[in-house]
Design a protein around this ligand. Sequence first.
Ligand SMILES: NC(=O)c1ccc[n+]([C@@H]2O[C@H](COP(=O)([O-])OP(=O)(O)OC[C@H]3O[C@@H](n4cnc5c(N)ncnc54)[C@H](OP(=O)(O)O)[C@@H]3O)[C@@H](O)[C@H]2O)c1
Length: 210
Amino acid sequence: MKVLVAGANGHTGRLLIQYLKEDGHEPYGLIRKEEQKATIENLGGNPVLADLTKDVGYAVKGMDVVIFAAGSGSSTGADQTEAVDRDGAINLIKATENLGIKKFIMLSGMGAGSPERGPEELQHYLKMKGEADEYLQSTELDYTIVRPGGLTNDEGTSKIQVGETLEPGTISRADVAKTMIAAIQEPNAYHKTFEMISGDTQIEDALKSL
Ligand SMILES: NC(=O)c1ccc[n+]([C@@H]2O[C@H](COP(=O)([O-])OP(=O)(O)OC[C@H]3O[C@@H](n4cnc5c(N)ncnc54)[C@H](OP(=O)(O)O)[C@@H]3O)[C@@H](O)[C@H]2O)c1
């Protein structure tokens, strides 16, 4: 399938491009800068230059699946959290809806929509992520919203724990990326929102248990 990854130059985004290619998909990496093209190509993806705060329709056109794995990062201010994590995500979701594409996978975060569960410094971010998730949940799309705990660069184990609300924990970006890709072809993961940390259950079984 043709799969667009927004945030493809990011830590999780690069893994998504690599694993999508390995799984036989045709990955497209939405990136902001010309000089990031080679990174996407070397991972087996097709680079597409676009900015989530601007028009993204041309990047989404022709795709079978759209994945949001972008983020404003911790070094920018509240305005960028609004512009990228909330409005940029909603912009991408709307483009997906407008083009009649059905499948959208969102990389959210543990505590999104429940800011009181997070530390003070993350509350605005969690509120913005929650509002983007809420918009996605209100659409007719076959969405999957993945809300991982703290992300690590550890090697993946393909074993996770999922649930509506979990105790805080961590998970590797590798296992997050694998779970998001597995969700493309697991109808039981459609219209689902779940938290995720590393655990004892194989990814495929965890998605079937949702
Ligand atoms: N860190 C955690 O522990 C944690 C936990 C749970 C969930 N999350 C979520 O997971 C997401 C991914 O994490 P990560 O560490 O893999 O991300 P990352 O390495 O920070 O990558 C984020 C990517 O988003 C891109 N981006 C930012 N603004 C954009 C825009 N306007 N248009 C297009 N692309 C844009 C960046 O592009 P450039 O490369 O051009 O800067 C970057 O490549 C986070 O953003 C967060 O929402 C994180």
